[in-house]
Design a protein around this ligand. Structure first.
Ligand code: DGJ
Length: 764
């Protein structure tokens, strides 16, 4: 038995051979496992931090417990994997009966439509959203999956399913994070028939909420310079589909959702289910209320224009779909997700550095970058405490504007006659590290690369190639393009002392053809492109482990839990107006940690909407994430440098709390609110920072009193103003209970005012 379990593990570790022998070995192992694993002990491994996966052999029920969550599923009489419970942690002694399918509302309705299934293929009278739909070469499109076996390995559960007659296997993967209770799910498909099949739709899995008709969905929408808007809607019968058909994540919808009860208006209380898809290509998440008022959330690559040819013996792993539950409202849900992301998703989590204060020249110089101009900016940036100096677009090829040069990644000799080295040396001598902008997946038709390789872009033979920002998308699914992208970046990093890459991706796909492969393989571009993108990023990170990477996409169009596995930070939006930014950042942090969100202080009035804001206001807005400065420092007055130096120094005192702490939205700027207030509490609860903003005073009303959260009730905290003074009469030191229950007043009146206060624990 031990030997067979080792064989099983080996298959997971080493991957499968694609040949016929491999497929038969696979079938044999699973058939054996079906028999052998039935002798599994009733109790699985106990995890650290109070998490466990247990299996009751008699009832065939799996119970996953971690943090404040229980997730329970089981095998019903039809050998289907059925969801039994997902929510607040149950008592250890609670038990579940043998699962039974739910009969439909009529004798002619198949029970697959009303049974809460974890992963269901299209077949056998299914009308709700399927997780899988295939077409076989003989025309059969019916697939009915049944339980074969399972394996529990510490915090992982794998359940193997097989079609009732054909050798198509699906292994469901579950992995529980013990600290947050966030569950990672994916599905691995294997075609062990003798012929290829076409995957027409494939999801990572379905999450099913308890029956109810009072659910509210929150989701994020946007567009260029207007990303991260929070939307709410009551879930009604039918389906809402969040998606991108753009080839990449997109700003129009972000692959994140949260569902709570319609009546719950408090940020920090109430049942909330949430999830995010780890995929940076076209994606979809459907939220469906079925005919018996169950909510099914199914997510994976977008099924639009999808058709992945899976060869005989080949396998396909879906992206990861992460989800969790919080009893502490939407605020608690974000905090769990932030914690999960920082500990499990963002690379180098064990050694991850805090985000350095950076300077970026884009808004100051746009494409007009050159050695002396950048050096002058670098000197000024260093004088206010900047730690990283980043040269943006314009340093390469014939890049005078956005019409030419993308693809020709050699330093422009007119702008940098001695290469980048003199500038990099200068930046280092000023005590900063050096970063560079690249847009590796794109090419301008006016470039040497395109003249040499016109076939390297996404295109349909003989059809127009639609340009966006005068550029085309390289087909990174092609092995030669992947090789080229890796090689030029590797060379750039080998030849220059670069600590940071800003990796841009400005336009979405069009004409997603891949003429170099057979017609029935062309649609694999949707998957292979993203896999190659991840592979290039991974390879670069391994080879240049000190280099940090930012995901930027014409603003914030490629932010998801897939890209975040390979990038240290993201650019949330090109909209750097500090007031607009409050709602942009508010929406962003519903799904993603402030510790990965870069935010720049730029010039006033801003190009976005010609609004003028004080430098202090602009700093306080940006200090709620990773602080950057993108203003034209050549235009600053001496007093601006004094203010900036003070604010940067203050930011360094609180950045760990902002970037790694727990975020509370004390007042959210949604729905035209006059106020916006966030509070970040350090992980050890010894520091809290509050940022408060006022849009416009009305009728001489005072600013609302702020009731802090997340402090130790019996701890003592000293309050101090980070900028300005605290409200007259505010005591200096009081208990956490005082600041949370009595609250604190801030003095904000007028238009576009801002202030920040910090609370520090006074006792050990
Ligand atoms: C879009 C990015 O979002 C900007 O910050 C800047 O890098 C430009 N691209 C450069 O072309």
């Amino acid at each position: 038995m031990i030997l067979k379990r080792a064989e099983y593990t080996c298959r997971n570790c080493l991957g499968l051979s694609r040949g016929r022998a491999g497929s038969w070995a696979f079938v044999r192992i699973y058939l054996l496992l079906g028999i052998l694993l039935s002798g599994f002990p009733a109790v699985g491994q106990k995890l650290s931090n109070d998490a466990s996966i247990r299996y009751d052999e008699k009832t065939q029920v799996f119970r996953i417990d971690a943090a404040d969550i229980s997730y329970v599923l089981g095998i019903n009489e039809n050998k289907q994997v059925q969801t039994l419970y997902w929510g607040r942690r149950l008592s250890a002694s609670d038990t579940f009966a043998k699962p039974h399918s739910d009969s439909g509302p009529s004798s002619f309705e198949s029970s697959v439509n009303t049974t809460r299934l974890e992963f269901v293929a299209w077949g056998g009278g299914l009308y709700v959203e399927p997780d899988l739909k295939v077409t076989f070469p003989d025309g059969n499109r019916d697939l009915v999956l049944q339980y074969v076996s399972h394996k529990i390995d510490a915090n992982k559960l794998n359940i193997l399913l097989k079609d009732i007659s054909r050798n198509v296997f699906v292994e469901l993967h579950y992995e529980m994070d013990a600290t947050t209770g966030v569950l990672r799910r994916s599905a691995e498909l294997r075609n062990d028939t003798r012929e290829p099949l076409i995957l027409e739709q494939v999801a990572s899995g379905t999450w099913t909420l308890p029956r109810g008709d009072d659910y509210r969905l929150r989701y994020l929408t946007g567009r260029w310079a207007g990303e991260w808007q929070v939307n709410e809607q009551t879930i009604r019968p039918g389906k809402t589909v969040l998606e991108s058909r753009r080839g990449s994540t997109g700003a129009q919808n972000n692959p994140w959702f949260a569902i709570d009860r319609t009546g719950a208006n408090d940020q920090d209380s109430g049942d909330t289910w949430f999830g995010a898809l780890g995929w940076s290509g076209s994606w979809q998440i459907s939220i469906e209320q079925d005919q018996v008022r169950q909510i099914r959330v199914t997510g994976g690559p977008n099924s639009f224009d999808f058709g992945y040819k899976l060869a005989a013996g080949a396998h396909f792993e879906t992206p990861s779909f992460y989800a969790g539950y919080s009893h502490d409202g939407i605020g608690g849900a974000s905090r769990l997700l932030h914690r999960f992301e920082l500990a499990n998703i963002v690379p180098h989590t064990q050694t991850a550095k805090l985000r350095p204060v950076l300077y970026n020249s884009w808004e100051a110089t746009e494409f007009k970058v050159d050695e002396s101009g950048q050096e002058a900016l670098a000197e000024k940036a260093a004088s206010i405490g900047v730690e990283r100096f980043v040269v943006d677009d314009g340093w390469f090829g014939q890049r005078a504007d956005d019409h030419a040069g993308l693809g020709d990644w050699s330093v422009n000799p007119a702008k940098f006659p001695h290469g980048l080295k003199p500038l990099i040396d200068k930046v280092h001598s000023l005590g900063m590290d050096f970063g560079l902008w690249v847009e590796p997946e794109m090419v301008n038709p006016d470039s040497d690369l395109y003249r040499k390789h016109p076939d390297w872009v996404l295109n349909f033979t003989g059809r127009p190639r639609t340009e966006g920002r005068h550029q085309l998308v390289l087909n990174l699914a092609r092995p030669d393009v992947r090789e080229y992208v890796f090689r030029f970046l590797d060379k750039l990093l080998n030849e220059n002392d670069i600590a940071f890459l800003k990796w841009d991706f400005n336009r979405n796909w069009s004409e997603p053809g891949w003429p170099a492969v057979a017609p029935d393989e062309q649609k694999q571009v949707y998957i292979n492109y993203v896999r190659n993108l991840y592979a290039v990023l991974e390879e670069l990170r391994v080879k240049h482990s000190h280099v940090e990477i930012e995901s930027c996409s014409g603003g914030g169009s490629r932010v998801d839990l897939g890209i975040l596995q390979y990038t240290d930070e993201v650019w949330a939006s090109d909209n750097t107006d500090a007031f607009d930014r409050l709602s942009i950042q508010n929406g962003f942090t519903y799904a993603y940690a402030p510790g990965v969100m870069m935010s720049w202080v730029t010039d006033s009035p801003t190009w976005v909407n010609l609004r003028s804001l004080s430098l202090e206001y602009r700093f306080l807005s940006s200090m709620q994430g990773g602080l950057g400065i993108g203003a034209n420092l050549n235009n600053w007055k001496p007093e601006d440098f004094t203010t900036a130096k003070k604010m940067v120094s203050q930011y360094k005192q609180i950045r760990e709390t902002v970037q790694r702490g727990s975020l509370y939205r004390l007042i959210s700027p949604e729905n035209g609110s006059e106020y916006s207030v966030t509070e970040s509490v350090s992980q050890d609860q010894r520091q809290a920072v509050v940022f408060a903003f006022l849009h416009s005073s009305r009728m001489n009303y005072p600013y609302p009193r702020l009731y802090l959260r997340g402090l130790k009730a019996d701890g003592k905290y000293r309050i101090k103003a980070l900028d300005g003074a605290v409200h007259a009469g505010t005591p200096e030191i009081e208990s956490g209970a005082f600041w949370m229950q009595h609250g604190v007043d801030v003095d904000l009146k007028g238009d576009f005012q801002a202030t920040a206060i910090a609370l520090e624990a006074t006792e050990n």
